[in-house]
Design a binder for this molecule. Structure first.
Ligand code: NOJ
Length: 669
């Protein structure tokens, strides 16, 4: 894929080959001089620190590795050499929340070698952005370090004080599917990333990683009151975290840094630190909206398994295909089409077949029926975490879809860990998910991964990996005993989970009180459901409710119209966990779309429309909370109106009910 518009690679300084020790301290500014990275060796131990506008933001923090049955790689170093580069490129995403991404950084690579003993080499690479930092380790090929096992990565983020963070706990039964908590970091359990915090002096930091290949993902914990440290996810029953063989690299440890929470949303550090696209042809990769045989199972109207209310029957799937075609949607998800769901499917992952359908589901016929209507099936592979069973069938299963013209797979890995006891987010899991992505690319299949490993920018490298779950999605409203997702949930996700990448949240529930399940409900207004299509970015975006709940409802027009591939994204206002307003421009027209959502409080904003294209006149279709709307008492109340002749000079009053939202389509004349 040749997307680079400009690329300038300047090697600024190459200092000293040979073995004499260099200065033990060096500093590097970001391109716009906003950040300064300091690297130092203190008595042979490597540390880094980071300043923002001359003020410290990360204090001296340790670097290094602890190894099994081998001396650690964390002390006794001398600096052999260093190189400094500056890079400036604008690249184009195959699809995304923005078409063009600027990647502008300075890079320092410090070549370290042990002064005595094994004289092993380890390089540390820093990329310094005006709004972030990346750090990674490189282990060159060398005689005294071939195969090795990492038991601990020592990388720290030593903060100025004990700040407040938004976090979810790691190593828990529901993986990434927890409500975010906000506490002081000293009160945090070991947490997943992205982990976002607000510093006492008003900066927002988000810790995450990029380019995660053949290495465990990391979780983060508070080592002492103000120091965060990495905790690599282990192999099962083992002190080993990563099996390594030189030459090799770790993923980038990344910190996004912003003055406003909204700037975290448009910070593309994770993508920028990821490897460039590995696919030469991406023309077959298509963002799409979809409907599916899905919510019916979550609200007990249908079953995944066989029987009188089996959801994925030929007849029912045809109805969904017709509905998708009528409304211009690209996909129809079918869950429960394949043998293996009868009995306790969560426990019985070994009996799933990924090629054999139930007798009442005619896969070849339906794939063709869909194809003829310009729709693709989205075939579902629930593995229940049984990787052995899935890997045995993957090649045949992916080939089957390719042959039938099924373009999308939704995979699923329900279970606290995989059934062999390995964690989803350890090195074992990273390897499995990677195999699935590469095999899918070989068969020109796009992926939507549920119970995934967190997104670390792989969509840049393998853009057939389109979206993932990896947080509490809509389904929790259908059955979770804790009352579902509270109104503050999505306004928090935007600044935490969604900073990793797209999420298949599955918005668009119109039957908010869930007629079929009187003890459960969706804790939003209807207009907020519409606003999710703009606020939550996903290139595969579901209209999750049953077609009969959409038919005849004028609010459905917004879901028909809203795109899921964007030219540009702007965050117009935000407070984490409270509210956020996002405007995005369609990739294929001059139209703009706005989504604004709030937590349990009602709010009114004056929104300047200065994001609209200059010299273009727009007619706005506004889907607002009705005057008496309230997520608890009157969630369905919606007021739809058109305002004609708006331009970038206008200001719009946007009123959100408690637990509400607003969605606007600005249609260019
Ligand atoms: C959990 C997934 O998140 C959901 O979308 C799916 O319907 C069920 N697992 C069954 O696979």
């Amino acid at each position: 894929m040749k997307h680079a518009k400009t690329a300038i690679l300047l090697v600024l300084v190459f200092l000293l080959a040979g073995c004499s020790a260099l200065s033990d301290e060096m500093a590097l500014d970001s391109p716009g001089f906003k950040m300064q990275l300091i690297f130092k060796l203190k008595e042979g131990r490597p540390y880094y620190a980071l300043n923002k506008n001359g003020e410290p933001i990360i204090l001296d923090s340790e670097l290094g590795m602890e190894l099994l049955e081998m001396p650690n790689l964390d002390a006794n170093f001398i600096v052999l050499d260093r190189s400094v580069e500056s890079f400036n490129e604008t690249w184009e995403q195959a699809w995304g929340e923005a078409r063009y991404i600027e990647n502008r950084y300075t890079e320092l690579k410090v070549f370290l070698q042990e002064a005595e003993g094994l004289k092993r080499k380890m390089n540390i690479i820093f990329r310094v952005y005006d709004d972030g930092l990346g750090i990674r380790y490189e282990f060159p090929k060398q005689n005294n370090l071939k195969e090795f096992r990492i038991t601990r990565e020592k990388t720290q983020f030593s903060l100025i004080r004990n700040d407040s963070a938004w976090w979810i706990p790691a190593y828990m039964p529901e993986r990434y599917e927890y409500l975010y908590r906000k506490t002081l970091i000293s009160e945090m359990d070991t947490a997943h990333t992205p982990m976002t915090l607000k510093t006492g002096n008003g900066h927002y930091l988000c810790f995450h990683e990029a380019a995660l290949y053949d290495y465990p993902s990391y979780t983060i914990y508070c080592q002492d009151t103000s120091t965060l440290a990495l905790d690599l996810v282990p192999w099962k029953d083992s002190e080993v975290k990563a099996f390594m063989e030189t030459p090799c690299l770790t993923p980038w440890r990344s910190v996004m840094i912003a003055d406003q929470p909204g700037d975290l949303v448009t910070n593309y550090l994770t993508l920028n630190l990821s490897d460039t696209c590995q696919l030469t042809d991406v023309s077959w990769i298509k963002p799409a909206k979809y409907v599916g045989i899905w919510w019916g199972m979550h609200i007990d109207e249908n079953t995944w398994g066989s029987g009188p209310i089996h959801g994925a029957t030929t007849r029912n799937t045809m109805k969904y295909i017709d509905f998708a075609a009528e409304n211009g949607f690209g996909g129809v998800l079918v869950e429960g089409w394949n043998i293996g769901w009868d009995g306790n499917w969560i426990q019985n992952g070994e009996i799933f077949s990924f090629t054999k359908s139930y007798a009442d589901f005619d896969l070849p016929f339906l794939a063709k029926y869909a194809w003829e209507k310009g729709v693709s099936l989205i075939g579902h592979h629930e593995t229940s975490g049984n990787i052995e069973n899935y890997e045995k069938q993957m090649e045949d299963a992916y080939k089957l879809y390719e042959n039938l013209g099924v373009k999308y797979i939704k995979t699923g890995y329900v279970g606290t860990s995989f059934s062999n006891g390995e964690w989803h987010h350890g090195q074992y899991g990273v390897r499995h998910y990677q195999r699935s992505v590469e095999l899918a690319a070989k068969h020109q299949l796009m992926l939507d991964v549920h119970e995934p490993i967190k997104d670390c920018g792989l969509r840049r490298t393998w853009p057939n990996l389109m979206t993932r779950e990896g947080a509490r999605g809509m389904e929790y409203n259908a059955w979770s005993p804790d009352g579902g997702n509270p109104p503050s949930h999505v306004p928090t996700l935007v600044f935490t989970r969604l900073l990793a990448g797209p999420m298949d949240y599955t918005p668009g529930i119109f039957d908010l009180q869930i007629e079929n399940k009187p003890d459960n409900r969706v804790n939003t207004t209807l207009a907020k459901q519409l606003a999710y299509y703009v606020v939550i970015y996903s290139p595969l975006q579901m209209a999750a409710d049953l077609p009969e709940h959409y038919r005849g409802n004028p609010a459905f027009q917004f879901i028909r119209d809203v795109p899921c591939d964007w030219e540009e994204t702007r965050v117009l206002n935000a407070e984490i966990g409270k509210y956020v307003t996002i405007a995005r421009k369609d990739r294929n027209s001059l139209n703009w779309y706005l989504g604004s959502i709030t937590n349990g409080a009602s709010r009114t904003f004056d929104i300047p429309l200065d994001f609209l294209d200059e010299d273009v006149i727009y007619d706005a279709v506004i889907y607002a909370d009705g005057p008496d709307a309230d997520w608890k008492t009157k969630p369905e109340a919606i007021a739809i109106q058109t305002k004609k002749g708006l331009s970038s000079e206008d200001i719009l009053k946007v009123k959100l009910a408690a637990g509400g939202g607003q969605a606007i389509a600005f249609v260019a004349r």
